[in-house]
Design a protein around this ligand. Structure first.
Ligand SMILES: [Zn+2]
Length: 266
């Protein structure tokens, strides 16, 4: 069985390059951060803004003129189907800065930098609950989870980035990375903004959203459907074009009083 060029380009993950856009769960409303109920996408590319607005609903607006935020899309959707190409596309790191710079950078058990201590035990507690308490008190590093993904409905658009400081998301990541690893191929997941309301210990009603990633299936299942849909659309397009050619030929043939000859393909 041979693989067509277009199939190969859709299956192969794009080379590591800057993301074409970022998925964000909040924005700055004047000087205060505001949580959103649907995804906001920022991108330096007008065509990426247009495509994501078409795919996910929403409107394209000018963003910050400098940097990576020239356009923003306030989408209408809180759930997006995505494709993760490999477990390494999901990373969870812990970082603490002090007046000297990055003072503690680890994966929860060993240092990830600097060069002189990379790979050695960092001394963080074993559980996320304990790490979270230390971070809250300013005594331990904060968690950062980044996920690089493509949109399942338009794989060729490029790689997007989602970054989060959610401890719940970080705790769920090791299970997800393992599931993507077991899949052994690109996997389809759902990136969601989950809404939660709770009452704080001081009695304040808190309304918040948090990102959730759910594993759906190895890409093969979704890919088969995508392939058959693409093949069906291509066949329909070819049939429609061929029908139009035959009708036009018959029309010309009748006008010239000659018979339609079968086309010869060179
Ligand atoms: Zn650590």
């Amino acid at each position: 069985m041979t693989t067509s060029l277009s199939t190969a380009s859709l299956l192969a993950p794009p080379a590591e390059r800057p993301p074409v856009g970022k998925f964000r769960s909040g924005r700055m409303a004047e000087t205060l951060p505001e949580a959103l109920a649907a995804w906001r996408i920022t991108t330096p590319h007008a065509e990426v803004a247009d495509s994501t607005a078409r795919l996910l609903g929403g409107t394209v607006r000018p963003g910050r003129p400098a940097g990576d935020d020239a356009f923003e899309v306030l989408t209408d959707t809180a759930d997006v189907d995505i494709v993760i190409d490999a477990p390494s596309a999901i990373s969870t790191e812990l970082k603490l800065w002090d007046h000297r710079g990055l003072a503690h950078h680890c994966d929860g058990s060993v240092f990830l930098s600097a060069d002189d201590r990379r790979g050695t035990a960092c001394g963080c507690p074993a559980t996320y609950t304990e790490r979270r308490v230390l971070a809250h008190d300013g005594q331990g590093p904060q968690v950062y989870t980044s996920t690089r993904f493509r949109l399942a409905n338009q794989l060729t658009l490029g790689t997007f980035l989602h970054e989060s400081i959610s401890w719940e998301l970080a705790e769920e990541m090791s299970g997800l990375r393992a599931a993507v690893g077991r899949a052994g191929r690109p996997a389809r997941l759902r990136l969601k903004l989950a809404h939660a309301e709770f009452v704080s210990p001081t009695g304040i009603r808190v309304d918040r959203t948090r990102p959730v990633l759910e594993f759906i299936a190895p890409m093969a299942a979704g890919w088969t459907r995508l392939q058959s849909n693409s093949a069906r659309l291509a066949k329909e397009a070819a049939r429609a074009t061929w029908g139009a050619v035959v009708r036009a030929s018959r029309h010309r043939g009748a006008a010239l009083g000659s018979r339609v000859q079968p086309a010869v393909h060179r």
